[in-house]
Design a protein around this ligand. Structure first.
Ligand SMILES: *Cc1c(COP(=O)(O)O)cnc(C)c1O
Length: 388
């Protein structure tokens, strides 16, 4: 009897179904925006990371088309071989200028930026302290680095400090890694206190601004700017694919850090350079972030309005603490979350159920955009009220 070496896959899928953890893709048609066409229906979109509404902006589209016409569709090689263009350097300068850092380096995604940066700055003899709710890319970068990884309780400074005191001395370098806006909860890391402890214990700090760039801080530079920590020693990661409406990731920091990464980060060295279209769109987006603060102001008015409505008008729902465009309503089980997600969809609202293993408690996750209007929020509230 031959045994099928792949038979475990179907069994594994069965287990996923039984736990209500099964997920599949949903097809969106047309351009992204506050209203999207999903499976033939028009829905109000609370599922997007396009916080400033730039992914469908005519200026980004025009920049991508112009770059494609001038430079072609592919960059044809890695940056160190044949893939580098002046456009990449312009984008890196624009990121460094927005972040107020000496330099920046663009990766093909935020995931690759995290993996590449973490795995190249620490190794076997080193320690990583990691918030338990960190994004998958931080966690997998930590694993790939070969360093000892210790997780601390989410945003808990007492636990964080205890773990530093108990472990720091046994290792050569220490890297602290944290999301700045936590992607599935919407709360912020206590950055100033983490920085103070990093300094006290001689640690590096890498902060992931994926959901904060373009959104947080007076100039949209992120949580680092929001907390007034711009001039402090930091490694800043981010993505071009959320508020910036394009695709790609970056590391921003000191000139020597960036120079080191260009020579040591495998996920930058051994992958094809960002396409001309993605690069030009991201560059156009950063210019808009710099020149149109009213977009960010509008986003924040929307966030504060919706938060207030949820607290005042929906006492039956549990809103998780948030200081960002990400607002989560907790539900008891994965099955409940899926059911509410489906009911919302019937009511014309696209807001996804987030379940284990992504998070440990199930929820509906609502992402606010600058381009939502009052009517969108009213429809959301009506739908939620009719459910519970
Ligand atoms: C989305 C996200 C990433 C990954 O960015 P991509 O550019 O989409 O690969 C990394 N970190 C955090 C915290 C994120 O939310």
């Amino acid at each position: 009897m031959l045994i099928d070496p792949y038979s475990w896959i179907d069994k594994s899928l069965e287990t996923i179904h039984k736990a209500d953890w099964y997920r599949s893709v949903q097809t969106i048609q047309g351009r992204p925006g506050a209203i999207v066409q999903l499976e033939g229906r028009s829905l109000i979109n609370f599922a997007s990371n396009d916080y400033l509404g730039l992914a469908g902006d005519a200026r980004l589209i025009q920049a991508a088309i112009a770059a494609t016409k001038e430079f072609g569709t592919g960059s044809t090689g890695s940056r160190l071989l044949s893939g580098h263009r002046e456009l990449h350097r312009q984008l890196e300068s624009a990121i460094a200028s927005l972040k107020n850092t000496e330099d920046a380096l663009v990766f093909s995604s935020g995931y690759l930026a995290n993996i590449g940066a973490i795995a190249s700055i620490v190794g076997k003899r080193d320690l990583i302290l990691s918030d338990q709710y960190n994004h998958s890319s931080l966690k997998n970068g930590a694993l790939l680095s070969g360093a000892t990884v210790i997780e601390y309780t989410h945003c808990n400074l007492a636990d964080f400090k205890t773990k530093l005191q108990q472990n720091r001395q046994q290792y050569r370098r220490c890297l602290i890694i944290t999301d700045s806006v936590f992607s599935m909860d919407g709360d912020l890391c206590p950055l100033p206190s983490i920085l103070d402890l990093a300094e006290e214990f001689n640690c590096m700090l890498l902060v992931d601004e994926a959901h904060a760039t373009g959104v947080m801080g007076k100039n949209g530079a992120g949580v680092v700017e929001h907390f007034g920590c711009t001039q402090r020693p930091l490694i800043q990661i981010g993505t071009l694919s959320k508020a910036l409406g394009s695709l790609g990731g970056y590391v921003a920091g000191s000139a020597s850090l960036i120079d080191f990464l260009r020579n040591r980060a495998p996920s930058w060295i051994y992958t094809t350079a960002l396409s001309p279209a993605d690069t030009a769109a991201a560059l156009a987006a950063i210019n808009i972030v710099k020149q149109e603060p009213e977009r960010r102001n509008h986003l924040w008015r929307n966030i504060n309005n919706l938060k207030q409505f949820l607290i005042e008008e929906l006492p039956n729902w549990e809103l998780l603490p948030s200081e960002s465009p990400i607002l989560c309503l907790r539900l008891p089980t994965p099955a409940d979350a899926v059911k509410v997600g489906q009911q919302l969809k019937i009511a014309g609202i696209f807001a996804p159920a987030i379940r284990p293993p992504t998070v440990n408690s199930s929820r509906i996750r609502i992402s606010v955009m600058a381009t939502h209007n009052k009517g969108d929020f009213e429809q959301l509230l009506e739908a939620l009220k009719s459910i519970k």
